[in-house]
Design a protein around this ligand. Structure first.
Ligand SMILES: Nc1ccn([C@@H]2O[C@H](COP(=O)(O)OP(=O)(O)OP(=O)(O)O)[C@@H](O)[C@H]2O)c(=O)n1
Ligand SMILES: C[C@](O)(CO)[C@H](O)COP(=O)(O)O
Length: 237
């Protein structure tokens, strides 16, 4: 991994089970438009390789499927880490500790990006980097709500219609300094579902960087056909 001040690393949490997606095996290894989902994700960051000091893909201990999904991984500057945890937060924290152990600095930046968010584009990642590089906190890609927002009662009825004008859907990548993010995740434990949540718990306000509805996380079975249609319509990652 390269050695210059304020470098930019990538951590891709890839140790989930994909239970909501159904099907056999972890969803990140299932083909989307003929290629394993995680291979699309890795290709986006390879397109930005000249900006990156290193990329860590964090999979579950004992994961063998990753080798078939990514036969050419790792390339120079890439690391395959079998230290995924029981939660996404634990997986990310393990990846960050491995980066620090291999020479990343606490002031270096990291982009944390879901393996399961394979539709992100290099241009969106570049926009996040540009917005966060001079920021005291960091930030995340996000998308404004397009629908009316309802709160449900326990019996499945509408309890209230909520004001959506200040509501955004959190996406990834999320970009923070490695030292700050490690401290935030260690304090938050498993109470948070994204990096920004851990940073917020320390009283800080991450920057929201507008992205696109197409940068969705493949979560449910129907998401695969939609992702496939979008990817087939693209000419580059
Ligand atoms: N213990 C975990 C849980 C999730 N992830 C990763 O975090 C990203 C977002 O997780 P999500 O897709 O929401 O979770 P899954 O566990 O994969 O799916 P589900 O919640 O439906 O079981 C995915 O790239 C997933 O592989 C991870 O690395 N470690
Ligand atoms: C990090 C994340 O992608 C932001 O939207 C999301 O929170 C991860 O999914 P999970 O189901 O909350 O683990």
């Amino acid at each position: 991994m390269s050695q210059s001040p304020e470098r930019l690393f990538v951590v891709i949490p890839c140790a989930g089970t994909g239970s909501r997606a159904g099907g056999e095996g972890p969803k990140q290894y299932r083909p989307v438009a003929g290629v394993p989902m995680v291979a699309h994700t890795v290709a986006v960051f390879r397109a930005l390789a000249d900006r990156l000091a290193g990329l860590a893909l964090v999979v579950s201990p004992g994961d063998e499927a990753v080798h078939a999904a990514l036969p050419d991984f790792p390339r120079a500057g890439e690391r395959l880490l079998h230290c995924g945890g029981a939660t996404r937060a634990a997986t990310v924290l393990a990846g960050l500790h491995a980066l620090l152990a291999e020479g990343a600095g606490e002031q270096d930046w990291v982009l944390v990006h879901d393996a399961a968010r394979c539709l992100v584009t290099p241009a969106q990642v570049e926009a996040l980097i540009a917005a966060c590089a001079g920021d005291a906190v960091g930030g995340l890609l996000a998308h404004r709500l397009a629908d009316t927002l309802k709160a449900a009662t326990p019996d499945g009825r509408v309890g209230a219609t909520l004001d959506r004008t200040d509501k955004w859907l959190a996406q990834t990548p999320q970009m923070f300094r490695i030292g700050m993010l490690v401290e935030a995740l260690e304090r938050a434990g498993d109470t948070v579902t994204d990096e920004a949540g851990a940073i917020e718990a320390m009283g800080l306000a991450p920057r929201l960087v507008p992205a696109s509805a197409q940068n969705f996380k493949l979560t449910y079975p129907e998401d695969f056909a939609l992702a496939e249609a979008i990817l087939k319509g693209r000419t580059s990652p």
